[in-house]
Design a protein around this ligand. Sequence first.
Ligand SMILES: [Zn+2]
Length: 122
Amino acid sequence: MSYRCTICDGSFTEIPEDALEITGGRGYRSRHPALFRFSDGTVHALRKVPVKKQQPQEPSPEPKENSELLLEANVLAELPTPPTQPVPQPEPKTEPLPPIEPDIEETSISAMRLAWQQRSSK
Ligand SMILES: [Zn+2]
């Protein structure tokens, strides 16, 4: 429960225990503000304020903003949607791997050797 002063419009979460109730009696228990003299000498007319009303309410959006948003939406809708083109993939820059071939020299040599051996065997 919170209290709001009808004089200075100050809000108080609770009435200080040392506050002296001027109006006396059941004043602060009713909806009518009750005068309290605080220990610092100030007098406040405190009235109970439900906590729910203390919460700020969401400001309702103005119609103007809504119309602008709708207008923007319409403009966006009128714009031709760009065709979804496939992103051109860059050519792979990787060096072409050398063809895996048997060692030509080795085979040629062995072939020559084989031929030589065949020739010499004759
Ligand atoms: Zn006050």
